[in-house]
Write a protein that binds this ligand. Structure first.
Ligand SMILES: [Ca+2]
Length: 276
């Protein structure tokens, strides 16, 4: 009897292990159309991007060069800027109420800023690396470069739950910059030119967005470039994307593409990147 109970416990554990999660079918693939291109600071190592009520905010990384800044979308000019101390590597940002929350890469430390002034007003700790962060208005949602997304209480930063992001083939790792758009989580997948759409409750991938070719002869690739920045204008239903050292912020429209996930071209752009 004891052996039987042990077997039941083991089967139950396996069935409830996120490692076993597989979606029942391949997610659809989407392509894109550029609606408009705006100037972007090509020295910005973009790690976070968020838009609210006409205001664009950006977080940049690299120790000694990390900032949080408000940027004019139309001309790319920096309207206000806060530099991080040299020991910190800035990562994702999100807006929650009147605050902006920013992660750091390996310091296990997040910063809270006054949204209007960009003055630091608080700090918090987390045990993982910090990569991307977004909010559904109720919770913070955070990535750490693995296939996991962590849901945090926005007031206490306590971990509430986590999901493993997965397709029918298995987990999707390298989840980086995030954006919550119309009930789904969009995530840059490092180091590719792809974005995954994710169901927040289950972690199942609901679509791949292939942005290959967004940098080209007109907007050339330079060393260190990496697609990493998604912002959503909820008021006007506009999606903006950019990346580290990108010359432009692109407003894009997402379009269906024929073929399943297996049809996606997987030319990962493995450049000289050592950091997320
Ligand atoms: Ca974002």
């Amino acid at each position: 009897m004891r052996t039987f109970i042990h077997i039941i416990i083991i089967i139950y554990s396996i069935m409830n292990s996120p490692l076993c999660l597989l979606a029942s079918s391949s997610p659809p693939v989407y392509t894109y159309k550029i609606i408009k291109a705006y100037p972007h600071d090509q020295d910005a190592f973009t790690e976070g991007l968020v838009f609210e009520n006409g205001d664009l905010f950006e977080s940049t990384g690299i120790k000694g060069r990390s900032t949080i800044r408000q940027v004019n979308l139309e001309d790319g000019k920096i309207l206000s800027l806060h530099k991080l101390e040299h020991v910190f590597f800035g990562e994702g940002i999100t807006i929650y109420k009147d605050r902006i929350i920013q992660l750091t890469y390996q310091s296990h430390l997040g910063f809270v800023y006054n949204k209007k002034t960009l003055k630091p007003i608080g700090k918090f700790n987390y045990p993982t690396q910090g990569w991307g962060i977004t909010s559904d208005g109720q919770q913070l949602i955070m990535s750490d470069g693995t296939s996991k997304l962590y849901f945090l209480d926005p007031e206490t930063f306590k971990l509430l739950r986590w999901v493993e992001v997965h397709t029918d083939k298995g987990p999707v790792s390298g989840l980086n910059e995030l954006e919550y758009i119309q009930g789904e989580i969009f995530a840059n997948v490092y180091p590719t030119e792809r974005i995954v759409k994710i169901a927040p409750q289950t972690g199942e991938v609901t679509g791949w967005i292939n942005l290959e070719g967004i940098l080209n002869e007109q907007n050339p690739i330079r060393p260190g470039c990496s697609l990493n920045g998604i912002a959503y204008d909820a008021e006007k239903n506009k999606i903006f994307v950019t990346g580290k050292f990108y010359p432009k912020v692109f407003e894009i429209e997402i379009l269906p593409m024929s073929g399943g996930a297996d049809g996606i071209r997987t030319r990962d752009l493995l450049r000289d990147r050592e950091t997320p």
